[in-house]
Design a protein around this ligand. Structure first.
Ligand SMILES: *Cc1c(COP(=O)(O)O)cnc(C)c1O
Length: 371
């Protein structure tokens, strides 16, 4: 079964093989492995290691987003969130649940956020201390421009928390060039093509120190994680880590380097998305986002208007043909999602388009365009 979902993604056999060993995470032989992973991640994010720390957290991406909010946005701080789609909604919700105040900035779900709209919102409310931006909005496939938006935020003297979960490893990130970004968050299992179970925050040390003690949670306290690293060294974890997942991530990072690093990975994903966009259009389906606004991470396609259409039926028909796509809707009008990331190539998408064509025919769907 080939996973064409925007996480967890299809992985290479070498990555999965790295899981099949017992590991004692406190043994000295694990420490260099883990420390090496962190320095490679710092390079990919273009961190300046005199100013930034690579902080790990057991668990999924939302845990790391919550840790960043708790550790870097003090109680009483206000977070402006451009409402780009369901991942922005999640950031807004988890921030509110920590007792912080969220200001929602209305935004398009099919076009990048306008930096000017962020500038206006910041000018209108001097109490907003941070902007929470989703780099690649995985619900729609639109990629936003953190460099342009961060420039505006820096100009206004505020800070950025960046959800780079479905971006890191493929889309560029330059932490050193953007000192206003306090944190960028990602996981092992999206564009890095590792296994789910560990997430990371690239964080500014001065911001961590400034807000030390504000997390209101020991588990999610990035400053505490940072202090542990300083005290016990960068090869040690605070609580029991997913050590096999970390070993698999080391292999995944070696494969990323062998492929040519972030630019090469981006080029492969762009080729995947182009093959998918063209193919879906060719068989009479309509992508949700215009070609200009379409990002290389995930592609949404309008549900056909035909009465014979059902998403569970389509997902099952595709599974029978060897492909797994996302099985829920998360856009205002129904659209199905196909991931373009993972250990997959344009050839896989050519085969997928033929499978989708055959599945629609078998389901008796004649009107493939949306209502
Ligand atoms: C996948 C994803 C997350 C985190 O998802 P988890 O299921 O918590 O790992 C957060 N933000 C974005 C934009 C994502 O694509």
């Amino acid at each position: 079964m080939l996973l064409l979902i925007p996480g967890p993604v299809a992985t290479r056999p070498e990555v999965r093989a790295a899981l099949s060993q017992d590991i004692a995470p406190w043994d000295p032989s694990f420490r260099p492995l883990y420390a090496g992973v962190r320095s490679r991640l710092a390079e990919i994010g273009r961190c300046d290691l005199t100013q930034h720390a690579v902080l790990p957290l057991q668990g999924c991406g939302h845990f790391a987003v919550e840790a960043a909010v708790r550790s870097l946005l003090p109680l009483g701080g206000k977070l402006l969130v451009p409402m780009t789609g369901s991942y922005a909604e999640r950031m807004a919700r988890l921030t509110r649940e920590t007792g912080r105040v969220v200001v929602e900035l209305p935004a398009s779900s099919v076009a990048p956020v306008e930096p000017d709209s962020v500038a206006r919102a910041l000018a209108a409310d001097p109490e907003i201390s941070h902007v929470g931006l989703v780099y690649s909005e995985t619900s729609s496939g639109v990629v936003h421009d953190p460099a342009a938006i961060s420039d505006v935020v820096r100009g206004a003297g505020r800070r950025v928390l960046l959800d780079a979960v479905s971006a890191f490893g493929a889309l560029p990130l330059n932490m050193a060039a953007h000192p206003e970004i306090d944190a960028a968050v990602f996981t092992a299992n999206k564009c890095l093509e590792g296994i789910a179970g560990v997430s990371f925050v690239l964080a500014r040390v001065d911001a961590l120190q400034r807000h030390a003690g504000c997390a209101g949670s020991w588990s999610f306290d990035l400053h505490d994680i940072y202090q542990h690293c300083v005290r016990d060294d960068w090869g040690s974890f605070r609580f029991t880590p997913a050590a096999q997942v970390m070993a698999a991530l080391r292999t995944a990072l070696r494969l990323l380097a062998a492929e040519g690093g972030q630019p090469a990975r981006l080029a492969r994903y762009q080729a995947n998305a182009a093959a998918l966009y063209d193919g879906m259009t060719r068989i009479g389906l309509r992508p949700y986002v215009s070609r200009e606004a379409q990002g290389p991470i995930v592609l949404n396609v309008h549900a056909p208007a035909d009465p014979a259409w059902s998403l569970p039926g389509f997902v099952a028909a595709l599974k029978a043909r060897g492909f797994l796509i996302s099985n829920f809707y998360n856009t205002a009008t129904p659209s199905f999602r196909v991931g373009c990331i993972g250990a997959v190539t344009p050839g896989d998408f050519h085969r997928f388009v033929r499978a989708a064509d055959s599945a629609l025919t078998a389901m008796g769907i004649r009107q493939r365009a949306p209502a």
